[in-house]
Design a protein around this ligand. Structure first.
Ligand code: NAP
Length: 289
């Protein structure tokens, strides 16, 4: 039995759909959900829904019993997720899961990164997994290309891009590609006790993203590399909540420091095809809106 967590989210749901499209029978797939009404599409396809919560250890032990391969999608709860990930790994161990596959993240800086508030929980999870003795595969997922529209804002074609990301480049990677790679690992072999850099081998700065957006739209999209204080001040005056500003600024600063500036072929190997280029990704996003 395969169990995928975070199945009501983008990554988990996509991974399950890839498993199904690659021929895994729905009777062999379970999905951990907090709210079954958010996963009626999956139950309609024959996937078994199991209710559980990363905060509820016993619910996890119960959900994971009889599971051979567990795709543990990291939690979106930024405050509680270190302990949630520990709960999930301990529960997997207690339930006798045979292979845990965890969605971590790609990084260079493990000690004083501007996104330590994000990275800490992944570092905790990776070390808990390795200490557990479980067979594992760690997916060090690249920065989602899917966050770009969010970072550049809805009015990007009028205002241009304004971010404190300097001239740093990052391997912005399609979330769908990463979900497909995770599904390939779940159904493949030879991935035991391996750590992969699940990211595209193309890096782009926001200046380059501005050029791509100009090309796609036919409008001139510029990029202004702000300082963090100026950025914070401008967004605060525009009424953006402090938590969002902190997160956008932290990621931008990490990008400016080259935190996600990797080129690596793991994703291409796992997909057995070229990953989606950023230009194709952005074309698809902006032609749909
Ligand atoms: N590499 C990157 O750039 C990047 C960017 C964003 C996120 N991430 C990470 O990747 C993960 C997957 O991405 P995504 O786009 O699929 O995120 P998402 O759409 O926000 O999905 C998050 C999933 O986690 C579930 N979840 C949250 N708290 C939970 C809890 N206490 N117990 C059980 N499940 C819980 C959510 O369930 P509900 O539907 O019930 O809320 C949802 O299914 C995120 O959670 C985050 O850790 C990475």
């Amino acid at each position: 039995m395969i169990l995928v967590t975070g199945a009501t989210g983008h990554f988990g749901k996509a991974a399950i759909n890839f498993l199904l499209s690659k021929g895994v029978p729905s009777s062999g797939i379970s999905a951990l959900v907090r709210d079954a009404s958010k996963a009626e599409d999956l139950s309609g396809k024959g996937v078994t829904l199991i209710t559980g919560d990363y905060n509820d250890y016993q619910s996890l032990v119960k959900a994971f019993s009889g599971v051979d391969k567990l795709l543990l999608v990291s939690s979106s709860d930024l405050e509680a997720r270190s302990s949630q990930h520990v709960n999930a790994v301990k529960a997997a161990k207690e339930a006798g899961v045979k292979h845990i596959i965890y969605t971590s993240f790609q990084r260079k800086n493990e000690t004083n990164s501007p996104i330590q508030f994000i990275s800490e929980s992944h570092l905790v999870a990776e070390s808990e997994i390795k200490a557990s003795g479980l067979t594992y595969t760690i997916l060090q997922n690249g920065l989602y290309a899917d966050i770009i529209p969010w970072f550049v804002g809805e009015k990007v074609f009028e205002t241009g891009i304004f971010l404190p990301a300097g001239q740093g480049a990052a391997a912005f990677t399609s979330r769908l590609d990463m979900a497909e790679a995770a599904a390939n690992i779940v159904i493949g072999s030879g991935h035991e006790n391996k750590t992969y850099q699940v990211a595209t081998n193309e890096t782009n700065s926001f200046a380059e993203i501005a050029n791509i957006l100009s090309e796609i739209s036919g409008k001139s999209v510029g990029y202004t590399a702000a300082t963090v204080p100026v950025y914070t001040d401008v967004l605060t005056k525009a009424g953006v909540p402090a938590g969002y500003i902190y997160m956008f600024a932290g990621f931008s600063e990490a990008i400016s420091q080259g935190e996600f500036d990797f080129t690596n072929n793991d994703l291409e190997t796992l997909l057995n095809r070229r990953p989606t280029t950023l230009k194709d990704f952005l074309k698809a996003v902006y032609s749909a809106s």
